[in-house]
Write a protein that binds this ligand. Sequence first.
Ligand code: SF4
Length: 370
Amino acid sequence: MRVTSVYIHIPFCRRKCNYCDFASTALYGHEQELAAYPTWLRQELALYQPKLDLSHLETIYFGGGTPSLLTPQQVAEILSWFPPAGEITLEANPETVEGQRLHDYRQAGINRLSLGIQSFQPALLSAMGRGHSAAQAKAAVAAARQAGLENINLDLIYGLPAQTLAMWQEDLTQALALESEHISLYGLTLHEGTPWGDDPMIHAADQDLSADMLELAIDRLAAAGYRHYEIANFARPGFASRHNCAYWQRENYLGLGVAAASCLAERRFANHPTLAAYAAALAAGKRPVAEEETLTIDQVLAEAMFLGLRLEKGVVAKEFYRRYGADPLRRYHRELARMQKLGLLETDDGVIRLTRRGLLLGNEVFAEFL
Ligand code: SF4
């Protein structure tokens, strides 16, 4: 089976942020595991290599956690296992990168950098438990440019406790001044088991304020020349994330590392979420998979709908039919009619798309197809 994208999860961070429920561990005391991690990844890849065709790889994505805790030498070693891919992304936190390191990542093959900026407000950064300042974030962008990185994403968060619309406006202004090629926006969700999620005094912004923040961002980023190509993602022309588009278009991708998820046609599987279980499975010569399912055709179609609707392009009925043998306009006519009546969806010339209101209430639309 041909795989066009590989995701590599690096489950270590210098310290845990207060809102974070991603699979990552504070590095202190786990330095040896970080050093051993490429060896485990190599073992895991070897379990797939006889069966999967990786010769047409288009994207490789180091996500986390904080992948910039890997040394450039480790990144180069990992990339040496794969054929060259057009887009190779490394997620990084601003405090973990400086000029020489970024230069060395570039030399290792990284050509897209995704920086976890989140906010430029000192009070919000400190409340989130982020390990960097606004000045470090700006310095990281400047250093990345100097290192020759021409494709940079900035992650920002909205809907934070105590975040006002004026603060968000200022964050957008400062992000736009950095002239990155791509900006991703995340609406805060509180998760049980995190310091914020377990603190009854912490509340995310209410739904109305969050929607106002997203609307403000949509307008400002559009005015600055960014295309809103996916619900949470904005790019200058030609800089949409090819890797993430592979997810939304249901292309085959292989996930390696702790908690990494894979999609191979109708098969879905996800790795063990802890380092110990992941390493133990590999030591026993087994795939470190914790959950695996084969989707029914109904599930495949539903997934194609709610993932496709995330994209500005929408779901093109003819393409959908060609790929899945079903006409979405007929198959989902009841759901589509209901969503159209609520002003959340529109259909035009065989294309189904979210309206602007639908963009703000995307989860309600997607739930229709589950
Ligand atoms: S740096 Fe990212 S992955 Fe690590 S703890 Fe913070 S939010 Fe989570």
